[in-house]
Design a protein around this ligand. Sequence first.
Ligand code: ZN
Length: 134
Amino acid sequence: MPSPKIHHVGIAVQSIDDALSLYDDALGVSPTLRTEVPSEGVIVAMLPVGDSRIELLEATGADSPITRFLARRGPGLHHIAVQVENLEASVERLRAAGRRLVADEIRLGADGYRYVFVHPASAGGVLLELIQEP
Ligand code: ZN
């Protein structure tokens, strides 16, 4: 079985447009995807970085988790996403170990990826996303 790999790093930003300008200056990269994910209250933009990606997250409203994150901690690193081969098996292992997930169900992203978030309280202070390719 291939080892898990970093799929993307999620960064909370005030403005995706400002952040895209920064990453264009710094890395010369443009987003491969830019879309709203209403279920998460965010607009996301994906920047290709080698085999991995940087995911920029902008809030869409006052009740967005990103709005709360920015108010509490300011812009910056929000989560790390690790790609796994079998998301159900990973979730089963986490549940059996008593680890807390942010939501009970595996969710489907706009790009066809399935994912769960492990709560920072159960993951050493890091919001850990586990993600499986379509
Ligand atoms: Zn993510």
